[in-house]
Design a protein around this ligand. Structure first.
Ligand SMILES: CC(C)(COP(=O)(O)OP(=O)(O)OC[C@H]1O[C@@H](n2cnc3c(N)ncnc32)[C@H](O)[C@@H]1OP(=O)(O)O)[C@@H](O)C(=O)NCCC(=O)NCCS
Length: 145
């Protein structure tokens, strides 16, 4: 795991992030991703190995709340435990910014992500009915203090 690093996304990595996001979630927009670089509170952090983007998370930090908008690992690198590096880094960043709560929403059929979030102590506190077409979104949160 020591060859991997996590850093705030800079412009030169925007295209790689776009490709992973588009591949996994569809409908990604490179300009929208680029704009987050200038944002105060909305940011992408990327997982890198030898200048290659392996994964990322997008988050909004508006202390006392942090929100995880998305987290992704390139299809070719999934199943190796690499999302743990991103989750640990996100939680550390939220704590460093003085947040006391992390919020997220997830498609109720996304078992991988739900398991990942539960592993990190997130619990369900509500749902948004039919947020994903026929599927509900599950709202989850984790208290940091
Ligand atoms: C969700 C995602 C980031 C997890 O990364 P990953 O590389 O697949 O998973 P990892 O190997 O890092 O496993 C981390 C944890 O995820 C969960 N998980 C991973 N694969 C799983 C599977 N097939 N079934 C159930 N849970 C699974 C487990 O909790 C696992 O921890 P464990 O191995 O200690 O049990 C990745 O699958 C992904 O990019 N999915 C597409 C994008 C997405 O749906 N993102 C979330 C919503 S924005």
């Amino acid at each position: 795991m020591s060859d991997y690093s996590v850093e705030k996304m800079s412009e030169c990595f925007v295209h790689q992030v776009y490709e992973i996001e588009n591949d996994l979630m569809g409908n990604a927009n490179e300009q929208t991703i680029l704009k987050t670089i200038e944002s105060e509170c909305l940011n992408y952090y990327i997982l890198i190995e030898s200048d290659k983007v392996i994964g990322f998370f997008e988050c909004k930090i508006l202390s006392p709340e942090a929100e995880l908008y998305s987290i992704a690992i390139d299809k070719n690198f999934q199943g190796k435990g690499l999302s743990n590096i991103l989750m640990n880094e996100f939680i550390k960043i939220a704590i460093d910014y003085g947040c006391d709560t992390i919020l997220l929403e997830v498609n109720r059929i996304n078992n991988k992500a739900i398991n990942l979030y539960k592993k990190y102590g997130f619990s369900e506190y509500g749902k948004r009915k039919n947020y994903y077409g026929d599927n509900d979104a599950i709202l989850m949160k984790k208290e940091l203090i």
